[in-house]
Design a binder for this molecule. Structure first.
Ligand SMILES: NC(=O)c1ccc[n+]([C@@H]2O[C@H](COP(=O)([O-])OP(=O)(O)OC[C@H]3O[C@@H](n4cnc5c(N)ncnc54)[C@H](OP(=O)(O)O)[C@@H]3O)[C@@H](O)[C@H]2O)c1
Length: 247
């Protein structure tokens, strides 16, 4: 008996077309899960799809900021044993230069989309008893803050607050909800040029383990929280930050 196995479980992963979401989808498939992967970019989503082990996976493209797309996604879903709400954006912005549209864009994808997706899968009875809901939050807004990402911090702490309510409300059905709070992870989010390479290199050295995390290191935590090994863990936030917030 392997308590970490995902054999027989059907799992939805949002933002699966790159970075952490891709790694989560691939790791879940390696543990035997059937995946439904979603994202907007069909080419990158298909790349992830080709990396999945096993059969019977499904890819559905959807923009989670559009109500119609979300409704169509939920309609197509089979019954789920797990859902990883991972899609998110980080937009470096000081508050003084932040416009209404910036606030709406970040809150819409990082906080409102997982709220509505969770609400809809519940209302459409798409969650099996014992399902596990995982939300990719962040150290930012929960364990620390960074200058230039105040709205992002607000979106991620909103997500964590939401997760706690969900955990309490759905516990009688045996459905669990937990967050993962990563520190900086090496993904395309870092390659958008917003932060220079030199600055990134000196920032990496601020981590006690002297590097940023890898997408797989977040994925393994997601596998853990989705698995039956964590049947008594709900409402928690798992910190994965190479010791960053110890200091
Ligand atoms: N990287 C880090 O250092 C770090 C640290 C802490 C937390 N996180 C969180 O981890 C999550 C994944 O980040 P990442 O680093 O893997 O970033 P990433 O590589 O940029 O991935 C973001 C994912 O979100 C999807 N997405 C973006 N806008 C979307 C929309 N409107 N509708 C549906 N999907 C959308 C993207 O797919 P499409 O473009 O195909 O839509 C992509 O698959 C985010 O929630 C982020 O806040 C990241």
């Amino acid at each position: 008996m392997n308590p970490f196995s995902l054999v027989g479980k059907t799992i939805l992963v949002t933002g699966a077309s790159s970075g952490i979401g891709r790694a989560v989808a691939v790791s879940c498939s390696q543990q035997g899960a059937t995946l439904i992967i979603t994202g907007r970019n069909e080419v990158r989503l298909a790349e992830t799809f080709s990396m999945l082990e096993g059969v019977n996976h499904l890819q559905i493209s959807a923009d989670l900021t559009l109500a119609d797309d979300m409704d169509k996604l939920v309609e197509q879903l089979p019954k789920l044993d797990g859902m990883v709400n991972n899609a998110g954006i980080a937009k470096p912005l000081v508050l003084q230069l932040t416009e209404t549209e910036d606030v709406n864009e970040i809150m819409q994808l990082n906080a409102l989309a997982p709220i509505h997706l969770t609400r809809l899968v519940l209302q459409h009875k798409k969650l099996n008893k014992g399902a596990s809901l995982v939300y990719i939050s962040s150290v930012n807004g929960n364990n620390c803050a960074y200058i230039g990402s105040t709205i992002y911090a607000a979106s991620k702490s909103a997500l964590t607050g939401f997760m706690k309510g969900v955990a309490l409300e759905l516990a009688p059905r045996g459905i669990r909800a937990n967050c993962i709070n990563p520190g900086m992870i090496e993904t395309d989010l870092l390659k958008d040029g917003a932060v220079g390479q030199e600055e990134l290199e000196s920032d990496r050295l601020k981590y006690p383990l002297k590097r940023y995390g890898k997408p797989e290191e977040v994925a393994y935590a997601a596998v853990y929280l989705l698995s039956d090994a964590t049947q008594w863990i709900t409402g928690s936030s798992l910190l994965i930050d190479g010791g960053y917030t110890l200091q």
